[in-house]
Design a protein around this ligand. Structure first.
Ligand SMILES: Cc1cc2nc3c(=O)[nH]c(=O)nc-3n(C[C@H](O)[C@H](O)[C@H](O)COP(=O)(O)OP(=O)(O)OC[C@H]3O[C@@H](n4cnc5c(N)ncnc54)[C@H](O)[C@@H]3O)c2cc1C
Length: 503
């Protein structure tokens, strides 16, 4: 459905997890998209080590979760700055982190993108952008002395923490500077003692060795006396020297597969949208990778933005809908930046921090504290500022089991197409009548909930609603309780706000 004179409706810069997920969301909605990627091929770098419950749910909402479960390994626990958290009690069908390397995640997303017909153009680096009233012209560097131009309605920068798109758009990246340096490497460690560790604190920093694959360890050596030059490439020797400084030995490490560096700088784009240019993923936010939240946040940015951008591209919703992307996702990242700042503060060496950890450690075992922190790390407790008095409004919908005239299903199965769903669980003729006005873009489903009560993160159990409007990202735009007559005026208003005026 590309508009005349355009190469694509949307150009995405960057084929990392965020760019690939966004491209798939747009294709599901019938939008023509080109992903341009600077690198000639995927790096295979392991990077992120896992995904949390809400991202697992998002993949489930699109019917591709089994692919990830087949490759990854379920983890029984998570942590907050190395202090153990129990995820078992999460109010989710997937109450666990899934250990899966970023290289595998990217491969699976790339396969799904290919199935959906996403065009990925490699060796194409965004080097210039110019936007006007009708679109964006994107300049590409495509090789030594070679260039190309693409014209699209919108450009989304998913080009990582040093985002060129962000810089070219002149969007600020305020936040806090690095105070430490961590070296990280995937290596073989023949001499590691039996009690190898998650985080071992010592003078000057801490170190970890995590068994990722048989024979392979991820070693992280965090040095709090040093803020390294970002532009200097890290080496295996630096990793070895830092581990020796912290642990007194290198445990015989050899055969590095990947060596990298990170720090605790925490920054966030001042705006996620400047006209026809948007930012998502690390391009919009960077932080200390404690608790493994960055990739998750990028994938969820993509799922928040995809259907909104598709709706604007199709001309069904006004451009202002895109501002809700900034409102909703900027606030989420702000909170994550803060919790990672807290985690890096809790990790600093020294007697005061030891004492703070002891106190924090004695609190984390309380159910309420554990629930609060795991809701935050898993992103299950996110509530967007959606109008409507119902407890579910703005929250992600629970994946309840349903009975329909066509058989058994569950809420997330209804979201596989990426279309919004008006779910009538109470047989209300008024709800059905309102739904008819949006039948071209909102699926109407009549069903019965198998359970009288639904578990909701951060709240507990609530009575199953009588009707609800679920956005394609799985967040509730409107809901009605069984005891009350459905507020059809509010339903109409929610449908118009999120999906444009009735046909
Ligand atoms: C050590 C470590 C451990 C981590 N562990 C976790 C974890 O367990 N869980 C988690 O959720 N997150 C984790 N993260 C964070 C996670 O790796 C990032 O948040 C994630 O990669 C962000 O994805 P992205 O697609 O937004 O950006 P990126 O993965 O950085 O992808 C950006 C892409 O854009 C391309 N690009 C750059 N510039 C241009 C340009 N000008 N034109 C075209 N293409 C361009 C790049 O080549 C790249 O392919 C970890 C990070 C680190 C460093």
């Amino acid at each position: 459905m590309t508009h005349t004179g355009m190469d694509a409706d949307v150009v995405i810069a960057g084929a990392g997890p965020t760019g690939l997920m966004l491209a798939c969301e747009l294709r599901l909605a019938g939008v023509d998209v080109i992903v341009v990627e600077r690198l000639p091929e995927r790096t295979g770098e392991s990077r992120a080590g896992g995904i949390h419950s809400r991202t697992l749910e998002v993949l489930d909402q699109r019917g591709i979760l089994d692919r990830f479960l087949a490759v990854g390994e379920l983890q029984p626990v998570g942590h907050f700055s190395g202090l153990y958290l129990d995820f078992d009690e999460s109010e989710s069908r997937h109450p666990y982190p899934l250990m899966i390397l970023q290289s595998a995640i990217e491969q699976l997303l790339e396969e799904w993108a290919a199935e959906l017909g996403v065009r990925v153009r490699r060796s194409a680096e965004v080097s210039g952008i110019a936007q006007d009233a009708t679109g964006v012209t994107v300049e590409l560097r495509t090789g030594e002395g070679q260039s190309a131009t693409l014209r699209a309605g919108y450009l989304v920068g998913c080009d990582g923490g040093r985002s060129t798109v962000r810089k070219l758009a002149g969007i600020g990246f305020p936040g806090t500077a690095a105070t430490m340096t961590a070296l990280i490497g995937d290596v073989e460690l023949p001499d590691l003692p039996e009690d190898y560790v998650w985080i071992r604190r010592c003078e000057g920093g801490d170190w970890s060795a995590i068994a990722f694959e048989p024979g392979w360890f991820r070693v992280i050596a965090s040095d709090y006396d040093l803020v390294a030059d970002r532009d200097e490439a890290p080496t295996f020797e630096q990793l070895r020297d830092t581990l020796i400084k912290l642990a007194g030995t290198d445990y015989g490490m050899h055969s590095p597969r990947w060596v990298s560096r990170f720090n605790d700088a925490a920054r966030q784009a001042a705006q996620y949208r400047d006209g026809r240019v948007l930012l998502a993923g690390d391009a919009a936010h960077i932080h200390f990778p404690a608790g493994g939240q960055g990739l998750n946040m990028g994938v969820q940015d993509a799922v928040n933005l995809g259907w909104k951008l598709a709706s604007v591209v199709r001309g069904q919703a006004p451009e202002a809908l895109l501002d809700s992307y900034h409102t909703e996702r900027h606030a989420v990242a702000e909170r994550v930046l803060n919790n990672t700042r807290a985690q890096s503060a809790l990790a600093r060496p020294g007697a005061q921090t030891d004492a703070l950890r002891e106190v924090f450690g004695s609190l984390i075992v309380f159910d309420d504290v554990n629930r609060h922190l795991r809701g935050m790390l898993t992103a299950l407790d996110i509530r967007y500022p959606v109008d409507g008095g119902h407890l579910l409004a703005g929250r992600r919908v629970p994946d309840a089991d349903l009975k329909t005239a066509d058989g058994d299903t569950r809420v997330y199965e209804l979201l596989h197409t990426g279309r919004p769903v008006l779910l009538d669980l109470g047989g209300s003729a008024e709800v059905a009548a309102v739904g008819k006005g949006w039948a071209d873009r909102v699926d109407f489903v009549e069903a019965r909930s198998e359970d009288d009560f639904w578990p909701v993160p951060a709240i507990g159990e609530i009575s199953a609603p009588a009707a609800l409007l679920v956005r394609p990202d799985g967040h509730v735009a409107w809901a009605a309780d069984a005891d009350d007559a459905p507020d059809t005026a509010a339903l109409r208003s929610a449908l118009t706000t999120w999906f444009g005026p009735a046909q």
